[in-house]
Ligand binder design. Sequence first.
Ligand code: NAD
Length: 506
Amino acid sequence: MASPQKTKKKTGAVAAPAPAPAPAPVPGRKLFEYAPAPESRAAAGEIASSNGHFIGGEFVGSSGKEALKTVDPSTEEVLAEFAQGTEEDVERAVKAARDAFGPWSALPGAERGKYLFRIARIIQERSRELAVLESIDNGKPIRETRDVDLPLVAAHFFYYAGWADKLEFASYGPDPKPVGVAAQVIPWNFPLLMLAWKIAPALATGNTVVLKPAETTPLTALRFAEICRQAGLPKGVVNIVTGDGRTGAALTAHPGVDKVAFTGSTEVGRAIARTLAGTRTRLSLELGGKAANIVFDDAPVDQAVEGIVDGIFFNQGHVCCAGSRLLVQESVHDEVMESLKRRMATLRVGDPLDKNTDVGAINSAAQLARIRELADAGEAEGAERWSPACELPSSGYWFAPTVFTNVSATHRVAREEIFGPVLSVLTFRTPEEAVAKANNTPYGLSAGIWTEKGSRILWMASKLRAGVVWSNTFNKFDPTSPFGGYKESGYGREGGRHGLEAYLDV
Ligand code: NAD
């Protein structure tokens, strides 16, 4: 397979208009040049050119003829074809999950736990393969799939494996029962991690599942199906049906499912909620966000800048809880911005499989078009746009790390979820103003606070309408910690003891 980054062209030809020059380097300091350090593509193993569904423990063809393609977003090269799941396919998968539910839920928790521990260990053993496959299919840097996604995926299975025989101590009564068959629909930004967040607690509590991965990233879910077989998981406990939103709609509306767990956009979440209104099907929604990352004048600037960079450029900004609105105290605005731009100029954008890469490819042409449209709107509305001078590969989907200053609360870049490497900067003078501006959004998923004062952190955290509040850090995840939103960011919690509730009949 050709290396994606053979030829490069300047920023602007692919994504953004001509960038402003980066701030002058610190005198006397020479930046390191990194030699390419590519991870082996072959480590992903063989990718079947054509893929069906995983139903009742078998890889099966679709009842329909339509096939979709998944591409490597860093090259636009087609990786594989996969089936567009039909209503009949969904029917088969729900039936397989229903048939498996009785015996699976009747197993002692310790036995279910053994399967989950086995899956967790196999994920660890095959983590390099899964990390490379995820990077190829998603576009995210190998450094992140290897060091963040895969360790967290394994940790989720280990964590919920531990709960399987302790459910009576989870404070949901002496003998909490599973809900039944869970329909689970996930997005493309953390394909395997979102699968783990959904499947691990569902199985630990005795449910069976039908999961639909996103249409741009189906490959690691299909590889996970292999792992289920390798672990000897009873047939039908996990079923994977691929396809786009039509398959998702058929699955979430299916009358045979007892629970729908959806992660994705607020728009689709709303549509699912409308469909399920008045039915007995339970619903949890993990939706969009527009988080405020709030920097006070007493924050250590260098650490805060690392947190700002991590908050918005991690995973190309394809993060629901991304710190996409920087609220910086007016007195330190210039200092923070200067330092931030200097740091942004060192970000390496390019080949996701290069171990030095910080920012990979945008996941799809459609997502790139949306990011461009919103960034253009930011400029048109009068905000000031800046990107470091960086080279972008000549093929694939790319967008340079971008920051907007002089942003007002009414600008689209301050209100709408961009879901890309674009930061909007606003200022505040007092903690009260920071809280008001941070909460001035229909979303409520996360927030960050940078200050040395513990009392201020606690005061702010109690005022912020956000499911997760990080202090002096950002984008830290742990399976023991619940995650979820307020307002239009959804309802229900995933992770931790709280994450069991969604799959228990309580
Ligand atoms: P999306 O809503 O377009 O798609 C998500 C999933 O839903 C995909 O699998 C898609 O095929 C499916 N889908 C599409 N239409 C459907 C329908 N009518 N019925 C049922 N399923 C349907 O979102 P996306 O673009 O894939 O993901 C980005 C969004 O996900 C962002 O808004 C992001 O904030 C959100 N997200 C939220 C969290 C969280 O935990 N809150 C985590 C990751 C992503």
